[in-house]
Design a protein around this ligand. Structure first.
Ligand code: GH3
Ligand code: MG
Ligand code: MG
Ligand code: MG
Length: 314
């Protein structure tokens, strides 16, 4: 489906093939009843009547596609809840619409400053509310789509160089702050030019897809990233990982490819596809840029190639 085209009438069926999920947060049983009744024909609606319930529900799977948030509530008001949601990277992308009886400009401004995408005042017009919900869900999906285009390699669907660079900079700074080590493994397919010459460019593309699928499973932690950074070159970035851990990953990658036995009759070393790997580990510091880690891994890759390929070097 073209994500930028106008929505069909059956908006309730999301692009993910399921109905959209709205979380309604309100401490007034009357308002809750009105919203649950009004919206449940077209959406899956769950509700919470306190901050505590809200902060618990937003982290359950599947997360809501959008949150309708009351302002005046006991214990913690809607502005504070919204601020918390926006400060948590697990919940910051869920659009929040304030739904409140407070209609002063100062309150509306406070709502937008807390990170909400919209502010609707009670009494509610259901039709207008639904239209606004649809608009904000569509905008969120469009921005997710654009993000996937900006950050993922269209051929292999793994992260691209831009994403890798951003994660590298962010994790480098984090490792400096916490005095943690960081490792990197650069993976370069051996004799890939010969692979293309033997099987054709299109089979070469399929081979890159297969290699990406096989190797992306080496990502262990949420902060690790596996990316395609060049034609037949991939990188595994391992924040908080020492040299022993990085070598284990390199060994694992060699093992995965030996096991996969992707035919390559002109490989010069084996009759299947192999890779060479450059491994590096550093203690990130302000005196060095993240590029120095890449440079060290690239130098190691050069050694692995020089020493016969189908191996790693540190
Ligand atoms: P080495 O063992 O030294 O790494 O040799 P190599 O042939 O793998 O390396 P070289 O740099 O000489 O060639 C890389 C080849 O990768 C050449 C290029 O056409 C191919 N390649 C780069 N990107 C793509 C792609 O997206 N699809 C396909 N099919 N081939 C690609
Ligand atoms: Mg209230
Ligand atoms: Mg290369
Ligand atoms: Mg190569």
């Amino acid at each position: 489906m073209d994500i930028f085209s106008a929505r069909p009438a059956s908006f309730k069926d999301s692009s993910a093939g399921r109905p959209y999920h709205i979380l309604v947060v309100d401490d007034s049983p009357l308002d809750l009843h009105f919203l649950l009744n009004g919206l449940s024909d077209n959406f899956v609606v769950t509700f919470a009547s306190s901050a505590q319930e809200t902060l618990c529900l937003v982290n359950q799977f599947p997360q809501p596609d959008i949150i309708l948030l009351d302002v005046v509530m006991p214990e913690m008001d809607g502005f504070e809840i919204c601020t918390r949601l926006k400060n948590d990277e697990n919940t910051q992308n869920i659009p929040v619409i304030f739904v409140s009886g407070l209609d002063a400009t100062v309150d509306k401004t406070k709502g937008f400053n807390a990170g909400a995408v919209d502010y609707i005042t009670k009494p509610l017009e259901l039709e207008e509310l639904e239209a606004r919900i649809q608009t904000h869900i569509r905008l969120k999906e469009q921005s997710q789509y654009l993000e996937s285009m900006a950050y993922f390699d269209p051929l292999t669907r793994v992260a691209n160089r831009r994403k890798y660079n951003e994660v590298l900079q962010r994790e480098w700074a984090r490792c400096i702050r916490y005095h943690h080590q960081m490792s990197m493994v650069i993976i370069d397919i051996d004799f890939f030019k010969e692979y293309n010459d033997t099987y054709g460019h299109s089979e070469g593309d399929n081979c890159l897809i297969s290699v990406a699928r096989l190797l992306e499973v080496t990502v262990g932690r949420p902060t690790d990233i596996f990316a395609r950074i060049g034609g037949e070159e991939f990188v595994l970035l391992l924040p908080d990982c020492n040299a022993v851990g990085a070598v284990q990953k390199a060994e694992k990658i060699l093992e995965i490819l030996a096991h996969a036995q992707i035919p390559h009759e002109n490989s010069h070393i084996e009759n299947h596809l192999t890779v060479s790997l450059g491994v590096a580990t550093m203690h990130p510091s302000h005196g060095h840029s993240a590029l120095s880690l890449f440079q060290a891994a690239d130098d190691a890759l050069f050694s692995a190639k020089r020493d016969g390929r189908n191996q790693f070097a540190i």
